[in-house]
Ligand binder design. Structure first.
Ligand code: MRU
Length: 340
C-alpha cells in the first residue's frame, strides 16, 4: 500500500494528490506554511490524512522552537493550531488531532521543552500508527456486510490516499477482496475536483479491483437499472444523531439509494464522530474557490463573470443512512445518541 503522508528526516513527505493519476510526485514540507498550503490546495486531503497532517504540522512548527519556558511554548502551539485549523473547516479529524497534540503538551508541561518536542513527535507517530490499525479494523468489520459478487457505488476518495494507508470505505472493499469476495465498484467522478475519477480509480486499479467510472449525474440511472447493491462512502464529520458531512454529492446519492431500496453505508474512524454536535446543522461547510467550478482540470469551461456557489461538502441526514461502520463496530439508528 502507498504511504500518503510520512515524517522523513524532519520534513513531512506527502503525495501531491493534485498530480494524480498523471504523476506520482512527492512534496516535502519543510515548514508549516508549505504544509498548510498543501492542505488548502488538497495536495493532501481526506479527513484522517488531514488529522495526521495537523499533528505533523505541530511537530514541524515546534521542532525549532526557542521557547525558554512552557508558557511561551504553549503560546507557539496555540498560534500553530489556529493557523493550521483555519485551513479546512469541515473534517473534524484535523481539529481532533490538533487538540490531542495540545493536550499532550499540556500533560507534559513540567518537562524540559526539548523533551516535550520529542514527546509531541512520538504522539504524531502514534496518531499515524493508530490510523493504520483503525483502517484495518474498519475494513474487517465492514467487509462482513459485503457479499461475494456484489457491486458497490462509492463517491470521492475514502481510500489509502485519504488516510495513512488502506482507507476506510475502500479499505472495506480491499478486505472483502482479501477474503476472496468478488466485488465490482462504480466510481462517481466527484465534481468539481474529481477525486473519484483521479484518485479512487488510480487506487482501485492498483489493487486489481474491477471498476466502472461514471459521471456524478449517472448515479440515479445506474441505481434504477439495478446495477448497484450497496453505496459505501467515507465521512468528514458525523454528528451525534448520525447526520454526516461528506464530499458534495453524497446527500444526493443517499436520497437516490433510499428511493431505490439500496443500503447506504458510511465508513469512518471514531475520530470523525463529533459528539459535541447534536445534529448536522452545526457542521461547518467549507466554501471553495469559484474557479473549481468554472474550470475543469485547469481549462475554463464557463463564461467569465458567472456567479458560482461551491460548497465542498454536504450533509446527509441520518434517516438516509443504513449504518455507520467504525473501528468500534457497526452503528445503526439512533447512531451515537444512546449507544455511546
Ligand atoms: O475535499 P476532500 O477530498 O478532502 O474530501 C474528502 C472526502 O469527502 C472523503 O470522503 C472523506 O474525507 C473521508 S476520507 C476517509
Amino acid at each position: 500500500m502507498i504511504n500518503t503522508i510520512e515524517w522523513v528526516n524532519g520534513e513531512v513527505k506527502i503525495i501531491d494528490q493534485t498530480q494524480l493519476p498523471q504523476k506520482l510526485e512527492y512534496i516535502y514540507c519543510k515548514d508549516v506554511e508549505t504544509l498548510r498550503e498543501a492542505i488548502s490546495s488538497l495536495k493532501v486531503r481526506g479527513a484522517p490524512a488531514l488529522g495526521i497532517a495537523g499533528a505533523f504540522g505541530v511537530v514541524l512548527g515546534t521542532q525549532n522552537s526557542s521557547a525558554r519556558d512552557y508558557a511561551d511554548f504553549k503560546k507557539e502551539i496555540e498560534t500553530l493550531i489556529n493557523y493550521l485549523g483555519s485551513s479546512r473547516p469541515t473534517a473534524v479529524n484535523l481539529f481532533w488531532s490538533l487538540k490531542r497534540m495540545k493536550e499532550y503538551a499540556e500533560k507534559n508541561k513540567n518537562k524540559k521543552i526539548e523533551e516535550i518536542k520529542t514527546i509531541l513527535k512520538k504522539e504524531a507517530f502514534k496518531i499515524i500508527q493508530e490510523d493504520k490499525i483503525c483502517n484495518r479494523r474498519i475494513g474487517k468489520i465492514g467487509a462482513s456486510l459485503l457479499e461475494d459478487g456484489e457491486t458497490i457505488l462509492t463517491h470521492c476518495n475514502a481510500g489509502a490516499l485519504a488516510t495513512a494507508d488502506y482507507g476506510t470505505a475502500l479499505g472495506i472493499i480491499y478486505k472483502a477482496k482479501e477474503e476472496g469476495k468478488r466485488i465490482k465498484v462504480y466510481v462517481d467522478e466527484t465534481r468539481p475536483l474529481l477525486q473519484g475519477a483521479r484518485l479512487t480509480t488510480w487506487e482501485l486499479l492498483q489493487e486489481g479491483i474491477e471498476i466502472i467510472l461514471i459521471c456524478d449525474n449517472m448515479a440515479g440511472e445506474v441505481m434504477r437499472e439495478k446495477k448497484i447493491d450497496k453505496v459505501l462512502v467515507g465521512a468528514d464529520r458525523v454528528a451525534a444523531n448520525g447526520d454526516t458531512a461528506n464530499k458534495i454529492g453524497t446527500y444526493t446519492l443517499a436520497v437516490l439509494a433510499k428511493e431505490n431500496d439500496i443500503p447506504f453505508y458510511v465508513a469512518c474512524p471514531f475520530s470523525s464522530i463529533d459528539l459535541s454536535l447534536p445534529s448536522g446543522k452545526a457542521i461547518p461547510i467549507e466554501q471553495r474557490d469559484s474557479a473549481e467550478v468554472t474550470e475543469g482540470l485547469g481549462k475554463r469551461i464557463a463564461p467569465t463573470g458567472i456567479k458560482v456557489y461551491n460548497p465542498a461538502f454536504d450533509i446527509t441526514p441520518a434517516k438516509y443512512i443504513t449504518a455507520i461502520i467504525t473501528e468500534k463496530g457497526i452503528f445503526r439508528p439512533p447512531f451515537f445518541k444512546r449507544s455511546v
